[in-house]
Structure formats: structure tokens, C-alpha cells
Design a protein around this ligand. Structure first.
Ligand code: FE2
Length: 368
């Protein structure tokens, strides 16, 4: 039996550092169907930032903003705009995970600490990942509060109480990082060596080059298989690749997209579209060719075509997926919605149609 050198339970939450957490919370609540369950700020004892805890299914996002000029995160906002600052992973043993990661070459950001309030003890420690993205190891087995010390359940009197409408999202399926040209293998190595991940799949420029731009991608997964991180780097193409565009506008490596799982993609995408979430579209010809490429699927193809949902099949089954446009003005972070019917892959058969759709958007932005 292979021992897992870094037992990881699950992705506990993603911390987004944003310019205006209150307005971002409104967006993720009303566009993506998250419930806002917790708040931290001046009223709860946080002195230099405000944060909102959003939840849908097993997915937790924390949106935080600086309240003052001397907040150390201000420089990152100027550099990146809004983005994922931290991928927090729940572990059995926070201090042990941190020490073992450092012993295998990780760079420590925050040494192990115990945060305490009347709800118990919250343990946390952080290491550096690609760019200035971090991984926090955390554990709240001895903590009963809504999220962590400094956060309290949202007060509906102050922050709104209108019923929200969920979008039936259940969990984080995978989280994709973009790194600079030539750096992909270094980061694959980091996840293998430091975090005990193994390589699941790789795609090279033959798989995913279009007429214009190309990228390379390798997928690593945790020992338990529960956490999957594809890592992209730009490959040489005729024009600037979508990864280079991201690196330019994010100001370096970072999280490119977050894939959120649903058990009913038609219901989810219908809801998101009603909420005005913008998705990439592929041409109608994609759907004309779909039956011969995919064979039988449970869903109605006309319905998929109307919503713009993509399908791919491999030996294990099929998957349905769709991608939003970037969710801010910088062409950086976007979301994928995915439903798996057996397939554990990433939609390789859709790469070409998808990247051509992205390139049409890049063309409009003058960044192709
Ligand atoms: Fe993806």
C-alpha cells in the first residue's frame, strides 16, 4: 500500500481578495446562488478588513476586502484585481502538515496558530503555492462557530434578508492554475513532492492548439483523489495565448478557473442564465456534430444547444460542461459548471471549440 505523505480531507474554502467584498457578496449571491452565511468586520472585531462567508452545497467562498490604507493586501489588489488569494484545505493535523510540507521544500507564509473565541479553537497555517497564491492547512474539529474567529452569522437586519435562489451547485470539482511558460513542470513537481499529489493527465499543444494560440496542461490530484488541480502554461502559437493574456492582466500566476459541480446542469445553467451570468458560446455546428461524436446521452441535445452546454465522452462515461466569461473587467478569473456522468476527465474533446470561443472574446479585447 502506498502511504499518503500528505493526507488532505477536502478543499474547505477559497478566499478571494476583492476590492469591495460587500458588492462581490451581492454578485455571488444573486448571480451564482450562494447563501451569505457569515460576516466579519468592524462589528465583529476585525479591525482592518471585512469578509463575507458564502455557501452553496459543500462550496464555501470567503470574500475579503481591506478597510484601511495600511492593509498588506492593498498591493495585491493593485497587482491582480480581484482573485483567489488562498485555497484552504482541511487536514487532520495542521501543524504536522505544515512542518512536513516545509521539510519537503514548501515556503512557509503563516506558521501554525490556534485562533480562539467563545466557539472554540480554529487551527491554521499557510504555505506558498504558484505566484502569491497560498494554501492554508486548517482544522475546525474543535470549533463550533459559523466559519472562524472574527466571523459571526450574518445579521439580516444589516445585510439584507431577501430569500435567495440556489443554483444547485454542489462542490468544487477542480481548480485550475495558470503559470508562466516553462514553469508547469516545476509546479507539477511541487504538488507531487510537497503535497503528495500524483499526475492524472496531461495535454500538450497538439491536443489543444488552435489556429492561433496554444497551451499545455497537466493535472495533479491529491492522494485521496478528492482534490484536482490542472496547471496550465502557455505554449507557442501564432498569436498570444489565453494563458499569456491571463498572466498579463493578473500580473503573474494565479487561479484561472474554478469548476463547480452540479447534479443537474440544465437546472443550474437555466438558473444562472436567468440571473444574467454570461457564458461562452460555441457555434451551432458543434451541436450538429454532437450526436455522432458522443452517442447516447440522457439529456436533450436541443436543450443543451439552447443553453450552450458542451459534452465530452471518454472510456468511463461522459461529462457536461460550460464556461462563464471572466467575472470581472480584467480577463482573468472565470467559472466552469460541470456535471459528470462517469467521466473523470476534463473535456479534451471540447478544447478546440472552446478555445476558438475564447479567442473570439480575445479578439474583441484586442489581446489576441
Ligand atoms: Fe476546467
Amino acid at each position: 500500500m502506498v502511504t499518503d505523505i500528505m493526507p488532505l480531507r477536502r478543499i474547505d474554502h477559497l478566499r478571494f481578495f476583492v476590492g469591495n467584498a460587500r458588492q462581490s457578496a451581492y454578485f455571488y449571491r444573486n448571480a451564482f446562488g450562494f447563501d451569505v452565511v457569515g460576516y466579519g468586520g468592524l462589528e465583529t472585531g476585525l479591525r482592518n478588513e471585512a469578509g463575507y462567508v458564502l455557501r452553496q452545497g459543500d462550496i464555501t467562498f470567503v470574500l475579503a476586502s481591506p478597510l484601511r490604507e495600511d492593509h498588506p493586501g492593498n498591493a495585491r489588489l493593485a497587482k491582480h484585481g480581484d482573485g483567489v488569494q488562498d485555497i484552504a484545505i482541511e487536514v487532520d493535523d495542521v501543524a504536522g502538515s505544515y512542518e512536513s510540507a516545509l521539510s519537503r521544500g514548501a515556503i512557509g507564509i503563516t506558521p501554525p496558530s490556534k485562533l480562539e473565541d467563545e466557539f472554540g479553537i480554529y487551527k491554521t497555517a499557510s504555505i506558498l503555492a504558484y505566484g502569491d497564491t497560498t494554501h492554508t492547512f486548517m482544522n475546525r474539529d474543535e470549533y463550533d462557530g459559523v466559519f472562524a474567529p472574527g466571523y459571526l452569522p450574518l445579521d439580516p437586519e444589516r445585510y439584507g434578508s431577501r430569500r435567495f435562489h440556489p443554483a444547485y451547485l454542489t462542490s468544487i470539482d477542480h481548480l485550475v492554475g495558470n503559470v508562466e511558460e516553462g514553469q508547469m513542470d516545476k509546479w507539477v513537481g511541487f504538488y507531487e513532492r510537497v503535497m503528495g499529489f500524483s499526475q492524472l493527465a496531461h495535454f500538450d499543444d497538439k491536443d489543444i492548439s488552435t489556429e492561433y494560440s496554444a497551451l499545455m496542461s497537466k493535472v495533479v490530484q491529491s492522494g485521496s483523489g478528492r482534490i484536482k488541480f490542472p496547471i496550465n502554461e502557455p505554449a507557442e502559437g501564432l498569436k498570444r495565448s489565453q494563458i499569456e493574456e491571463y498572466l498579463e492582466f493578473y500580473g503573474g500566476p494565479g487561479v484561472q478557473h474554478i469548476a463547480l459541480a452540479t447534479n443537474d446542469i440544465i437546472k443550474t445553467v437555466t438558473t444562472l442564465r436567468d440571473n444574467d451570468v454570461s457564458f461562452l458560446r460555441v457555434p451551432q455546428t458543434y451541436y450538429d456534430l454532437l450526436p455522432q461524436r458522443i452517442g447516447y446521452i440522457e439529456e436533450d441535445i436541443n436543450c443543451l444547444a439552447e443553453l450552450g452546454i458542451l459534452v465530452d465522452r471518454d472510456e468511463e462515461g461522459y461529462l457536461l460542461q460550460i464556461f462563464t466569461k471572466p467575472v470581472e473587467d480584467r480577463p482573468t478569473v472565470f467559472f466552469e459548471i460541470i456535471q459528470r456522468h462517469g467521466s473523470q476527465s476534463f473535456g479534451k474533446g471540447n478544447f478546440k471549440a472552446l478555445f476558438e470561443a475564447i479567442e473570439r472574446e480575445q479578439y474583441l479585447r484586442g489581446t489576441l
